[in-house]
Ligand binder design. Structure first.
Ligand SMILES: [Zn+2]
Length: 229
């Protein structure tokens, strides 16, 4: 009796599984299927989410869908790269480079635009940027010539820049890039700094990894300088 029951359960599970698979891959409309396929190409979007978004769009007013579609097409067609810092931009210069209130004597070097946005969001930085467009990674075949390094060096020639902040990831690739940049930048009369690496706010020392804790001891700060931060 028990064996029979188990068999039925197994059969049921098999049928249901088949049904789920079928319903995942079969749409009653080619148009819907195409939209699902396109959305599912986006990072972090699986087919289920793609279907949910498609059905959501189907329920919207035409004007809403029109605005979304046009925003994506216009963004892709009209986007430019800032001729100075390589950030994505609407015009020849990005909003940061074009802003007369920014301090042009400090340049913060970042891997990509997302990192630039993260630093902008802190509201703590008033200098300008340089977007490398990646970091040196021998494993992935990315060398210095693949990055916006030549244009970075060009920027120092007029002698107006006093400081470079290297704000790259604390990975092996980030460290390699920092070292490469340091060697190339040494000949210019610049203050070269990297962003501080240390204990995160709210972290318990007991659970901090040894490398971070070790660096935090070596790069300790005068206490007075940490007040009011
Ligand atoms: Zn710019």
């Amino acid at each position: 009796m028990e064996t029979k029951l188990n068999f039925d359960v197994l059969l049921y599970a098999k049928v249901m599984n088949k049904r789920t698979l079928l319903s995942m891959n079969t749409y009653s409309s080619r148009l819907v299927e195409t939209t699902v396929n396109e959305l599912a190409r986006l990072p972090g979007i699986g087919r289920k989410t793609a279907l949910r978004l498609t059905l959501h769009l189907l329920r919207q007013d035409m004007a809403v869908v029109d605005a979304l579609g046009n925003a994506i097409i216009r963004m892709r067609q009209d986007i430019r790269y800032c001729r100075q810092c390589h950030a994505i931009s609407d015009g020849d210069l990005c909003e940061v480079c074009a802003n007369p209130k920014r301090d042009r004597s400090v340049v913060c070097v970042v891997e990509d635009v997302r990192n630039m946005m993260a630093i902008e969001n802190t509201g703590q930085y008033n200098g300008v940027y340089h977007v490398l467009g990646g970091i040196i990674s021998p494993m992935e075949g990315v060398g210095p010539n693949d990055l916006n390094i030549a244009t970075l060096l060009e920027r120092f020639k007029p002698g107006e820049i006093k400081e470079v902040i290297m704000a790259l990831s604390t990975t092996v690739e980030g460290d390699t890039t920092n070292f490469y940049l340091f060697r190339r930048l040494k000949e210019y009369n610049l203050l070269i700094s990297t962003i501080a690496r240390g204990i995160a706010i709210g972290d318990d020392l007991e659970f901090t990894d040894e490398i971070t804790l070790g660096r935090s001891i070596i790069n300790r700060l005068p206490y007075e300088g940490t007040l009011g931060r």
